[in-house]
Design a protein around this ligand. Structure first.
Ligand code: MG
Length: 260
């Protein structure tokens, strides 16, 4: 199921997209993800329906933290001539950086080199700590798309990543949270102004979704709504002001944003 949050007449609502229309649900997205049972739960939750043209997207969820993986695709490691890491390399992006589908990425005046990084993102549904590999799927609510926008010049200058990764609008997510898909077998691609820049499959990830959640939950408690961005494939590059960037993941959809 493709769940989302959206604006309709200045109110934020939760719903799902049935392929044609958005059906409003009488619950928060956190409650929906935590209660989703494959069907029955929806029976007395459905309210009005809307066509896509009459709504605008908001971020599908607001996380308490976004945990990101630094290098997680074999093709990207080869491109950078870097060794395959033996453990995931982690960093954080702040929740204040989150924007939704179709919202504007703002180009910060302090940078001259802003890059896109198209990524699959895990969305947690329950609070979890010290999870085992076997337990993690019970705690995952679904999957969305994240563009890990990065001020590359500031990342090099600072030698650590907080400033470069944390500007407001540097974490576009959405458009949907997909609850039914195989996260480790998804085609992922990214276009700038309609031209393909990144193309891979999540099967090329060094650490699988389950391995990442297990690893991270043994460091920090993962809260409902928290997001784990699973790293970007090869083909990372720059965006210029005015560019339109689109990240596509097979079973989720397309996350589109303009940078200005
Ligand atoms: Mg990244």
């Amino acid at each position: 199921m493709k769940f989302l949050r959206f604006y309709y007449k200045d109110k934020i609502k939760t719903g799902y997209f049935d392929g044609k229309k958005v059906i409003e649900l009488d619950d928060s997205i956190e409650k929906v993800l935590n209660s989703w049972d494959g069907g029955k739960y929806l029976e007395n939750k459905m309210k009005n329906s809307y066509s896509l043209e009459n709504i605008s997207f908001t971020p599908p969820i607001i996380p308490s933290k976004i945990v990101c993986i630094g290098l997680n695709y074999k093709d990207h490691a080869n491109e950078l001539q870097m060794e395959i890491p033996d453990e995931p390399k982690l960093f954080l992006k702040p929740p204040s950086a989150v924007i939704g589908h179709n919202e504007i990425i703002s180009y910060p005046p302090s940078s001259n080199e802003v890059d896109y990084e198209g990524e699959l993102a895990i969305v947690m549904r329950k609070s979890g700590k010290n999870l085992s590999f076997e337990e993690v799927n019970e705690y995952i609510g679904g999957y969305t798309i994240l563009n890990d926008v990065t001020a590359r010049d500031l990342q090099r200058k600072d030698e650590q990543w907080t400033r470069a990764k944390s500007f407001d609008t540097f974490a576009p997510i959405g458009p949907f949270i997909q609850t039914e898909m195989n996260p480790n077998r998804q085609n992922i691609s990214l276009k700038v102004n309609g031209k393909i820049k990144q193309r891979s499959n999540t099967k090329n990830m060094i650490f699988t979704v389950e391995e990442l959640v297990e690893f991270i939950s043994n460091i920090m408690t993962l809260n409902p709504g928290d997001i784990i961005a699973t790293g970007t494939p090869s083909g990372v590059g720059e965006m210029k002001s005015g560019d339109i960037v689109e990240v596509a993941i097979e079973d989720i959809g397309i996350l589109k944003n303009k940078i200005v």
